[in-house]
Design a protein around this ligand. Structure first.
Ligand code: PLP
Length: 383
């Protein structure tokens, strides 16, 4: 087999995205304006159910605004899975609350009541399920737990657009608010960007105000509404999280392509499943019945039969030109989060961390590229 280079990810930016950004640049309006408003409306429409969508500079910003709007602060605890990106826990510190880390379900790599319920104390105010890799957590069970215990749910759906739970899109399937990411290598991109989606008008209003300095109206409203003019009030010390129209121009085009992107990733995931089935690897968990997987990541775990460490596997892949990745080194292993984990154990996340590999999976990956990845995985593991 001839050596070739396969990247871990390649963004799918077409002429439509480029034309939309150029049009925005020529329009005379660069920051939050008509394109952000249109993008919010289109994204809310894609989730459906009359939700509000608040466009911001990142999913991290969306998560921060979500916790802030829920009134979470010092003295409060928020439950976070250890198998996630550091942003999920970091925002808990932004509001002065304490992240309480929990292990994952070894089958689904997500979290449910079995992981979260034992971590609840009288100080717990919210839980942050992460739809790992694009696979929905059991939001029905988590909503029931939250209702029983009076908790809010802030969903980290950075991997999960578009995805669904029991026929309802992630974004309106049980969480009080949900954050999506449009970072460069997520399922759709605005370069950098994020969206907070909620059906709770109080959360939406507060997040809209706080994303722009705590000002009661955004600059586009001030200049373009008939009753507008220069006047505004500042009602809170807010943040600077508003999305630009340049990013929204890109997002509007990407959003139109999101279903086709998903079909492409789902097809590639099925092909990987078939091609890797007989190898000494555990395949990624598929969706629960009735759920829809976003297939942001395709994560395999080396089994004992692989007789090879994960690091040696990744090095062998790299040497043959295939860029793999690892999502994630669990947070309880990170220096900054260790003090929050004293006396706690995370055996399933530790096991995942020792065996997990994310294979290249992205819209526009060619059949030749995928066939080469499969050949190299087979060769490395059966040589
Ligand atoms: C990417 C990611 C984030 C942060 O998204 P940004 O848009 O880069 O802020 C948060 N949580 C998870 C699980 C992620 O993968």
């Amino acid at each position: 087999m001839r050596r070739r280079d396969v990247p871990f990810f390649r963004p799918a930016i077409g002429d439509g995205e480029i034309a939309a950004v150029v049009e925005c640049l020529r329009s005379g309006w660069l920051t939050t304006g008509p394109r952000v408003h249109a993008f919010e409306a289109a994204f809310a429409g894609a989730i459906g159910g009359g939700v509000s969508a608040v466009a911001v500079t990142s999913a991290t910003a969306a998560l921060h605004l979500g916790l802030e709007a829920m009134g979470i602060g010092p003295g409060d605890e928020v439950v976070v899975p250890t198998l996630t990106f550091t942003a999920t826990a970091e925002v808990v510190r932004y509001v002065g609350a304490r992240p309480v880390f929990v292990d994952i379900d070894p089958e689904t790599l997500g979290v449910g009541p079995a992981q979260i319920a034992p971590a609840l104390t009288e100080r717990t105010r919210a839980i942050m399920p992460v739809h790992f890799g694009g696979r929905s957590c059991d939001m029905t069970a988590l909503r029931a737990l939250a209702d029983r215990t009076g908790l809010r749910i802030l969903g980290d759906a950075a991997h999960a657009f578009p995805a669904g739970h029991r026929g309802r899109p992630i974004g309106r399937c049980g969480a009080d608010a949900t954050a999506f990411s449009f970072y460069a290598n997520k399922t759709m991109t605005t370069g950098e960007g994020g969206m907070l989606v909620t059906a709770d008008p109080a959360i939406a209003t507060r997040a809209r105000t706080m994303r722009l300095h705590g000002i009661d109206r955004d600059v586009f409203d001030r200049f373009h509404r008939p009753q507008g003019g220069w006047g505004y009030d500042v009602v809170a010390p807010g943040f600077k999280y508003n999305m630009t129209d340049i990013a929204a121009a890109l997002g509007l085009v990407q959003l139109e392509r999101a279903a086709a992107f998903l079909a492409d990733r789902a097809r590639l995931a099925r092909l990987y499943d078939e091609a890797l089935r007989d190898l000494p690897v555990a395949l990624p968990p598929g969706p629960s019945p009735g759920d829809d997987h976003a297939w942001h990541l395709y994560v395999i775990r080396l089994t004992d039969d692989a007789r090879m460490s994960r690091d040696a596997f990744m090095e062998a892949m790299r040497a043959r030109g295939v860029a793999c990745s690892m999502h994630y080194r669990p947070l309880h292993q990170m220096t900054v989060w260790q003090p929050f984990c004293a006396g706690r154990h995370f055996p399933h996340a530790d096991d995942y961390a020792a065996r997990g590999v994310s294979l290249p999976l992205f819209m526009g990956m060619t059949d030749d590229e995928q066939a080469y990845v499969v050949d190299v995985v087979r060769d490395v593991l059966t040589r």
